[in-house]
Design a protein around this ligand. Structure first.
Ligand code: SF4
Length: 332
């Protein structure tokens, strides 16, 4: 069993986990909210270490990342558990339960599979990867040595010190900002918004490539005020060129509201475009918000149809028409 990082013994003998803002105080034999950090014989163990629930060689656009290695595939792995309890979780079958008997994979095996698959690197995704920070770090170090990139798809709910530890090992992140109200985070996710915003800023300040996803849920976070607030916050704190993915919700887990209509996403797209250069629509059939265009001359740089991606209008790293540098991190 792998010992966990970022914990200390509290005065009452319980173990306090300092990985995420929940700061669970865990009694002997029990686990924290995420289900994968467990007190045993006076130590906190990372009991999810190496336990893989899912592995696929996905298009990187599926993470979604549209400005980082466009058109590449990324070897994507997930474990079990989550530190959020989102009522609308689209992956609740792995995030809201923990299977201890699952297959164990040494990091070396993950690197070998990623190399075999000819992907750009490894994405830590599907459930919340940062609750397994020890395993992500072990894989990420080896991946770097093998010339692979590391991508985190995360809810961003992590304390500053562990974030300082993991960010240097990560090349790109997609961070979920699920709404712009503390009330929403509390009632829908059993968590809080402020640490997510802080982590997003920290990732950008650390020089990582960051894209943001916002799942738009009818009646919960789709008001014009909320959408404008999100776009304004991103522009002010992360930069106007930060790609934003507006994603359609579908009824899942504990939420049975009807799916997000394409018109809602298109309206949100137009509102966000007033503040941000790159805004995309995902998880729904829509012609809007798919391609990447040059902000200077409007030339189409990247064409996307579903998960098929074509680099159509580039001359090296620049727009083929006006020569402006494209805001894309291109792969090999
Ligand atoms: S990582 Fe898990 S155990 Fe640690 S504070 Fe967060 S929810 Fe609790």
């Amino acid at each position: 069993m792998q010992e966990a990082m970022f914990w200390e013994k509290a005065a009452d003998g319980k173990l306090e986990c300092g990985l995420c803002p929940h700061h669970c105080r865990i009694a002997e034999g029990r686990r924290g909210i995420c289900g994968v950090r467990e007190a045993r014989a006076g130590k906190l163990l990372a009991s999810g270490y190496g336990k893989i629930s899912s592995a696929n060689n996905d298009p990187i656009e599926k993470k979604p990342l549209y400005h980082f290695h466009p058109g590449a595939t990324i070897f994507s792995i997930g474990g079990w558990g989550c530190n959020f309890k989102c009522r609308f979780c689209q992956n609740w079958g792995i995030s809201q339960k923990v299977v201890d008997s699952g297959d164990f994979f040494q990091p070396e095996k993950i690197i070998a599979a990623a190399l075999d698959s000819k992907s750009a690197g490894i994405a830590y995704t599907y459930n919340e990867p940062l609750i397994n920070i020890e395993y992500v770090a072990a894989c990420a170090r080896l991946a770097r040595e093998a010339g692979l990139v590391n991508v985190l798809v995360t809810n961003g709910y992590i304390e500053r010190e562990p974030a300082e530890f993991i960010l240097p090992l990560v090349d790109a992140l997609n961070i979920d900002i699920k709404g712009m109200e503390e009330k929403f985070y509390k009632e829908q996710c059993s968590a809080s918004l402020k640490p997510v915003l802080e982590f997003s800023k920290q990732a950008v300040e650390a020089g990582r490539h960051v894209e943001i996803t916002n799942l738009i849920i009818p009646g919960l976070n789709d008001s014009e005020e909320q959408i404008k607030k999100l776009a304004g916050w991103i522009r002010e704190n992360l930069g106007e060129k930060t790609p934003l993915h507006l994603s359609a919700y579908h009824p899942e887990y504990k939420l049975d509201r009807p799916p997000t209509p394409p018109a809602t996403l298109e309206r949100a797209h137009d509102l966000c475009r007033e503040k941000l250069t790159y805004v995309y629509i995902g998880n729904v059939f829509s012609d809007a918000g798919q391609n990447t265009s040059c902000p200077q001359c409007g030339h189409t740089l990247v064409i996307r149809r579903g998960y098929s991606t074509r680099l159509a209008g580039l001359d090296g790293q620049n727009c083929a028409k006006c020569g402006r540098p494209a805001d894309l991190v291109l792969g090999r």
